[in-house]
Design a protein around this ligand. Structure first.
Ligand code: PMP
Length: 343
């Protein structure tokens, strides 16, 4: 009798995401370009890796047992991944989120079994009502709880050092010359780059930052410049504080991309490569276009770009024509390029 070939549950599908060659998008750019497509994780983003890794480290250290509680402050990809891993491993998952989070996101987290505390967005970070303070209080009050604290948790870096880095090294047969990755908490780029540079210190590591974020300037000057901070639309990329989960020394340079260019690029990735990816994947690809304009790449280069998540989370944003229209993102396009309205 043939054996049944099945995964025990979705956890074993985390990581080992495919590296996919980019063809039409990079046709006119010297070098070979490959995307590490993290939307193939079961929770549809790279955050599955840190959720699983950080929870398993806590298990190994005896900090948590089944029935205990995982706590974090995010309505984004990390929240979804933590909720998913918690269900499969038998933990309670509490997420303190800002009242700015969309109803869709909150519903999605609840669907995945998380208890969601919606905290006022307009209060200062140190106000007891803020989602940071609520998470900290719940952590103190709940015995056997783990506070993930992804922006300030070294295990965030370690998760990518242990998985994303070695996978890319193997998948490129050690030929990688450049790594291009978005920086939010900085865990992805720092952990991946740390592993890759240990194999070959000549690999160039480029972080993608947003206009409205402090990361690039901090990298260049060592100072947090508050004038760099203003609202922007890309979610998950850039920051208004300096996360300790970013290893600035391992990153060679940052470049900034705009909301508008990144949104258009995400749509271009879909139609040119058939890959339905998130807003920050558009940002990373836009970064490659800008680097090419500076003459960064040569014919022998092997460039890996990380696409952090799946496009389905952005249906009411960059993949909605009316949202693009509201942002004024269609204004710059020629009449002929405007989307055709089918009535
Ligand atoms: N893209 C998206 C969509 C994200 O949610 C995140 C995480 N904030 C990032 C990129 C950046 O990843 P990291 O936090 O590891 O820097």
């Amino acid at each position: 009798m043939k054996s049944i070939q099945a995964h025990e549950n979705a956890l074993s599908l985390i990581g080992n995401t495919p590296l996919i060659k980019l063809n039409r998008l990079t046709e006119k750019i010297p070098g070979r370009f490959y995307a590490k497509v993290e939307g193939f994780n079961p929770g549809h983003s790279a955050k599955d890796r840190i959720a699983l890794y950080i929870i398993e480290q806590a298990e190994k250290k005896g900090l948590i047992n089944p029935g205990d509680t995982i706590i974090e402050t995010t309505s984004g990809n990390t929240g979804f991944s933590l909720a998913m891993v918690s269900i499969l491993k038998g933990y309670r998952c509490i997420l303190a989120v800002s009242s700015k989070s969309s109803a869709d996101k909150i519903d999605m987290l609840k669907t995945m079994g998380a208890e969601v505390y919606v905290c006022p967005a307009h209060v200062a970070a140190d106000d007891p009502r803020s989602y940071y303070e609520v998470a900290k209080r719940l952590h103190k009050e709940t015995p056997g709880s783990v506070y993930i604290n992804q922006y300030f948790n070294e295990l965030n870096i370690e998760a990518h050092y242990a998985s994303t880095g070695p996978e890319i090294w193997e998948q490129t047969g050690g030929q990688i010359t450049h790594l291009v990755a978005c920086s939010g908490t900085g865990g992805t780029i720092s952990g991946t780059a740390r592993y890759l540079k240990e194999q070959n210190p000549d690999i160039e590591v480029i972080g993608i930052d947003a206009y409205g974020s402090v990361l690039q300037k901090y990298h260049e000057t060592g100072k947090l410049d508050k004038d760099e901070i203003y609202p922007y639309r890309i979610e998950g990329l850039g920051k208004n504080l300096i996360p300790s989960a970013t290893d600035f020394k391992i990153i060679d340079r940052f470049i900034k991309v705009t909301d508008e260019d990144s949104a258009h690029m995400a749509r271009t990735i879909a139609v040119q490569e058939g890959l339905f990816v998130g807003y920050t994947s558009g940002a990373a690809m836009q970064g490659i276009t800008q680097l090419n304009e500076e003459g960064t790449f040569g014919p022998n280069d092997v460039v890996v770009v990380i696409f952090p998540d799946h496009g389905s989370r952005y249906m009411s944003k960059i993949y909605s024509d009316s949202w693009m229209e509201q942002q004024g993102f269609f204004d710059a396009l020629q009449e002929v390029e405007k989307p055709v309205q089918v009535v």
